[in-house]
Design a protein around this ligand. Structure first.
Ligand code: HEC
Length: 161
């Protein structure tokens, strides 16, 4: 009877020891994954903005050429980049202000859907002002965005085919 009791206790102790070892292994794996994640490359706020800058320019020339399919594509690229900022730049307080751009982006989108050049132009100016409103509100007022006066991308045809 005594032997049986001792045997049971030893088995329990052995199981506990194994459990502790498994926990240690898991903890090491978690630590290594965490440090790998921290070192993964992700674009910075400014890089997202430079991307938005390119699409802002392309959007304008697409609209000017009444190339509504391209304009639709470009406005969605801008929307996606802003969504990416909200997703990937959570530690930047400016990310919480992104929503201010949504209504005017929707207005540009509506002008594109209506294929209305005058409305497009008006809403594009409003969009550009809103970009600068945020730059001022976040102390980046020296980044001044303007309606482009010449095409920066000579390797792209903005005319509708
Ligand atoms: C939510 C606020 C916000 C909005 C809206 C916003 N920006 Fe910015 N923008 C910033 C901040 C913050 C920076 C500085 C980023 C950094 O730290 O590098 C910046 C920087 C920039 C830069 C400079 C990038 C560089 O590295 O040279 C450009 C260009 C730019 N924004 C374009 C735009 C355009 C175009 C729009 C509108 C379609 C826009 N931004 C809307 C906050 C905003």
């Amino acid at each position: 009877m005594k032997t049986l009791l001792l045997l049971t206790i030893s088995l329990i102790l052995l199981a506990c020891n194994q459990q502790a070892k498994n926990t240690q292994v898991l903890q090491r794996r978690m630590d290594s994954l965490e440090s790998r994640l921290a070192n993964t490359y992700k674009p910075g706020f400014g890089e997202f903005m430079s991307e938005i800058q390119a699409h802002h320019s392309k959007l304008w020339f697409a609209g000017q050429n009444e190339n509504w399919k391209l304009a639709d594509f470009e406005v969605h690229e801008i929307m996606e980049s802003f969504e990416d900022i909200q997703k990937f730049e959570t530690e930047r307080k400016e990310s919480r202000m992104i929503e201010m751009i949504d209504p005017v982006l929707d207005s540009v989108y509506r002008a594109i859907q209506q294929k209305n050049p005058a409305l497009f132009k008006r809403n594009f100016y409003l969009l550009t002002n809103t970009c600068n409103d945020c730059h001022r509100a976040t102390d980046f007022e020296f980044n001044v965005v303007q309606v482009p006066d010449k095409e920066s991308f000579s390797n792209q045809d903005f005319k509708a085919n």
